[in-house]
Design a protein. Structure first.
Length: 230
């Protein structure tokens, strides 16, 4: 799965700088950098409908046909292999694709699906890039009482690579460079899109243990990404 990540600096996605768009978010009172992004928080994403703009969406997809703003299940992640067959993904894939800008993500060592006692979380990042994107999907729920739309998103996960499988049975779909272009091209074929939904090459990743304070979403400062002795 992907339940925590971070985003630092003025990233470069889709071959362009986002300095102006990030500044616009700052004017709205939104801080772009984060060391501990978590579900149920507002995060910037890039959608197919507005590929030149960072938009603020809720992490935790609310299906457009949900009877309430609080769906029965928390749709923070979507399994790549279920996008064609499982609600709510089959109603929005592949047309409502998005990029979720990131610099790193965290994972906790698990055994039989449960965190291993005494082991700290680990930070995962790419060796050759400061920025990348998670593949995501988005939707917008309309409040029947006032007509307001609430946009939200989910992060797509896939089977773990050789590095992640030691920590979790899933990992986020990571896109860089040309892969981001393909994902965000409305003319891309379904075959081209599905080819991207694979584990990232572990040879291009690195990880290290970090503070257990990551576990508390109220903590959000540079100390969280410092390597610890373990």
């Amino acid at each position: 799965m992907c339940g925590r990540f971070g985003r630092l600096g003025e990233g470069n996605w889709l071959g362009q700088e986002w300095t102006e768009s990030i500044e616009n978010l700052s004017v709205q009172g939104y801080v772009f950098d984060t060391y501990n992004a978590a579900p149920k928080q507002i995060q910037p994403i890039i959608t197919l409908t507005k590929p030149k703009e960072l938009q603020l969406f809720l992490w935790g997809l609310i299906p457009h046909d949900s009877p309430t703003q609080q769906p029965k299940y928390p749709y923070f992640n979507a399994k790549a292999e279920n996008l064609h067959t499982i609600y709510p993904w089959k109603t929005i894939f592949p047309r409502q694709r998005c990029l979720v800008p990131a610099s790193f993500f965290y994972e906790w060592p698990k055994r039989n699906g449960k965190p291993e006692p005494g082991k700290p979380p680990f930070l995962f990042k790419l060796k050759d890039r400061k920025f990348f994107s998670f593949a995501g999907l988005w939707d917008a729920w309309k409040d029947p009482e006032n007509g307001h739309y609430f946009p939200s998103f989910t992060i797509i996960t896939t089977e773990p690579n050789a590095m992640l499988e030691q920590y979790h049975h899933r990992m986020p779909v990571i896109l860089t460079g040309q892969e981001e272009e393909v994902w965000m091209n409305p003319k891309s074929t379904l075959e081209e899109i599905e080819y991207l939904l694979k584990p990232y090459n572990p040879d291009n990743m690195e990880n290290y243990p970090v503070s257990p304070l990551v576990g508390n979403t109220r903590n959000n400062d540079p100390s969280l990404i410092q390597k610890i002795s373990w």
